[in-house]
Design a protein around this ligand. Structure first.
Ligand code: ZN
Length: 247
């Protein structure tokens, strides 16, 4: 073999090894990929509107820093600006309330390919009494999935607010038969998929953190049936009760 063919053979081997490595990477568990779930195309600020704003609102709403459960309405108003600033402050970014590349990159980092946030996933929030799935609740399966995504992002903010302490979801979406079997309220938010029951951290600290993370519903110790977990949800009205925690 002369030098050139040898070099070509060597290069071909290198290429095969690289290809193998690439294939191995693809088979590994999914990391955050901007383009697999959602990618923003430009800056968003007060006055912006449209689906890109709604996608942003879903991801930053929990960082608003108070009890405001901001509407996911695609209208970038003062509340959305506050949530964006809260998100930016939480991650040490320039806090200007304008969503741009820095903010998006942090979201991409937190975002899994299926649009769930880094520390929660669809499997754990759709146990549904062991049956799994998203059907048989108060709204369509698609709406349940969307609601679960929204409440998971809110829970991600709560998790960060309490110092990145891992949390365990004991209950998320329930269909009607599951809800009946666990004695859930007839109009439980679990039927809509926008409620989570959490354990894994001091309950009153969890309740306290939840009051600045924009939840509609917060139920904890002292509220009937809630001494062994903290319930959070995205109902439109505010309903907070955890008497043993002073709420
Ligand atoms: Zn609950």
């Amino acid at each position: 073999m002369s030098v050139m063919p040898r070099l070509r053979a060597l290069l071909a081997t290198v290429a095969l090894v690289c290809a193998g490595l690439v294939a191995f990477d693809v088979a590994a568990p999914p990391a955050a990929h901007a383009d697999e779930c959602y990618t923003w195309s430009g800056n968003l600020a007060e006055g912006s509107s449209g689906p890109e704003v709604a996608e942003l609102q879903i991801r930053v709403a929990g960082w608003i820093g108070d009890g405001t459960n901001i509407a996911i309405d695609g209208e970038f108003g003062p509340q959305t600006a506050r949530a964006v600033r809260g998100f930016q402050e939480a991650f040490g970014l320039g806090a200007d309330g304008v969503a741009g590349p820095e903010t998006y990159n942090k979201i991409y980092e937190l975002q899994d390919a299926d649009c769930s946030p880094a520390h929660f996933d669809f499997a754990e929030v759709s146990q549904n009494c062991g049956t799994g799935g998203y059907s048989g609740g108060a709204v369509s399966a698609a709406e349940v999935q969307e609601n679960l995504k929204r409440v998971m992002w809110r829970a991600e903010a709560l998790r960060q607010r309490i110092g990145n302490h891992p949390l365990t979801v004991t209950d998320g979406f329930r269909d009607y038969s599951c809800n009946d079997s666990v004695g859930g309220a007839g109009d439980s938010r679990h039927l809509y998929g926008d409620a989570l029951d959490l354990v894994g951290y001091d309950f009153c600290s969890l309740v306290s953190g939840a009051t600045t993370t924009g939840f509609g519903g917060i139920l904890g110790p002292g509220f009937p049936g809630h001494d062994d977990h903290v319930h959070i949800d995205l109902r439109g009205s505010q309903y907070w009760s955890a008497p043993d925690c002073g709420l």
